[in-house]
Design a protein. Structure first.
Length: 283
């Protein structure tokens, strides 16, 4: 049986992985098609630590190569194994398409204006350095990794309450007092729905946490209308002590495809939770 995924489909290239315990796929040629036209080719050879950690051979089963799209073509991109029947379809990201509008992406000019405003607030004492760092990183990258502090009480180590922690960060982001709502995420489709909800809310931001380690691929700066230029994703891991705060306009795909399949895990068993800002009716 052949397992694999087409995880990234960008303007300039594609990336993914292929593996089989029955036949050797390392070094095999894969072809990208748009409709009936071949638009690029590469080999299954890229080393990926996540594949190796999942027990998929030595990990050299990734692929990444440039493509040249058909001008004006609307067909979805697929990748085929040369001299084989396997077809990998363009992935569905956790973020569903939703309505197309001016808030779908931010422009570089808006980013620059926001950063200039944050610098001014920092210089005039309206922001503390950690607050500035959080807002600057989320504005530029579209993602911020937050480690919860461990507090000791009654002789026991206790993890800081994520809701209390996020209430301060979300209020800082919204520039007004907000509360924090939470929902368990039992399947990727639910995360798509929640990200789309956040996208169409006054504050397009949410945080993710998991009871067990849950790997995610996040395309940093993909919330900006002109980026990112690379097909590569940045790997993050949701954990009980580590939350990932996202701009709802970034693109997310599942790094779980390899690791979770190997572990027979799913979202429900990993205990993924999404947190979102909600209006504080008292403010």
């Amino acid at each position: 049986m052949i397992k694999g995924a087409l995880e990234v489909v960008a303007e300039e290239g594609v990336a993914g992985w292929l593996y089989s315990s029955e036949i050797e796929l390392k070094g095999r040629v894969v072809l990208a098609f748009q409709g009936s036209q071949c638009i690029g080719a590469g080999k299954v050879s890229t080393f990926r630590k996540d594949l190796m950690n999942a027990g998929l051979g030595d990990g050299h089963y990734g692929f990444e190569f440039p493509i040249t799209r058909v001008k004006g073509g609307q067909e979805a991109i697929i990748v085929k194994l040369e001299e084989g029947d396997l077809v990998l379809a363009q992935p569905v990201l956790f973020r569903s398409p939703g309505p197309v509008g001016p808030r779908r992406k931010v422009t570089p000019e808006e980013i620059a204006e926001r950063l200039a405003s944050l610098k001014w607030e920092l210089a005039h004492g309206n922001l503390l350095q950690p607050e500035y760092d959080f807002l600057r990183t989320l504005t530029q990258q579209g993602v911020f990794e937050r480690t919860l502090h461990v507090r000791k009480g009654n002789g026991k180590a206790q993890l800081a309450d994520p809701v209390s922690d996020l209430e301060g960060l979300f209020s800082l982001y919204a520039r007004r007092d907000v509360k924090v709502g939470s929902r368990p995420v039992e399947r990727p489709g639910m995360l798509a729905e929640l990200m789309n909800t956040a996208l169409n809310s006054p504050w397009p931001v949410l945080a993710l946490q998991a009871r067990q380690p849950c790997p995610l691929r996040i395309r940093e700066t993909s919330h900006v209308s002109t980026g990112p230029a690379s097909t590569a994703d940045d790997r993050y891991t949701l954990q009980q002590q580590t939350m990932v705060i996202l701009d709802a306009r970034v693109d997310i795909a599942a790094d779980m495809r390899a690791e979770a399949d190997a572990a027979q895990a799913d979202f429900a068993s990993l205990g993924v939770v999404a947190y979102m800002p909600v209006p504080d009716r008292k403010s």
